[in-house]
Design a protein around this ligand. Sequence first.
Ligand code: CA
Length: 224
Amino acid sequence: MSRILIIEDEPRISSFIAKGLRSAGLAPTVCGTAGEGFDQAQTGNFELIILDLGLPDEDGFSLLRRLRATHIDSPVIILTARNSVDDTVAGLQNGADDYMAKPFHFDELLARVRLRLRAEDNGSDTAVLSHGDLEMDLLRRLVTVDGAEVDLSAREFSLAEAFLRNPGLVLSREQLLSRVWGYDFDPGSNVVDVYVRYLRNKLGGERFETVRGVGYRLARGTQP
Ligand code: CA
């Protein structure tokens, strides 16, 4: 299981990222300051680092330089405000591998995390999920039903993935919203219901059960 270090001072954002990574089968550790993040990183225990630029005790770029100077070579994904993307490009020259502009959707971050982890090698994170005749190749972003390829949008893919990672569990609309749409999404939205309908149309209506008043569940009946 890949260990990810999150250095981010805003608890709302760090817990959102940590929750999402955990449900994607990764092992996150959160640090709220640059000092704490530096110490954690020195353990050499992390396959990847997610680094916020605006930290209370030190600029993220400066921390990144210090990490690289101590030969912490794990890939680093920078989190930055959307209006400082120019600075961020400078950061990429300073030793970062990728960046995400805030606000972002979790699935975008997860895609970048996976890409970086894959570039580092391993394959310890599950790359193919399956349920009955439904199969999802997470790295190639490929979905098949009974061997036939099905075209899903990025959002539909993330939603289907959330179900396949939690077979038999009831997932609430709030869980799905936060997992697939991100922390800035309006909790009163019916977008989850709309997208479950899309998935039913594309992957089979019986596959996703409605649990009245709670949410949705991957149907047990489709398990081989
Ligand atoms: Ca910050």
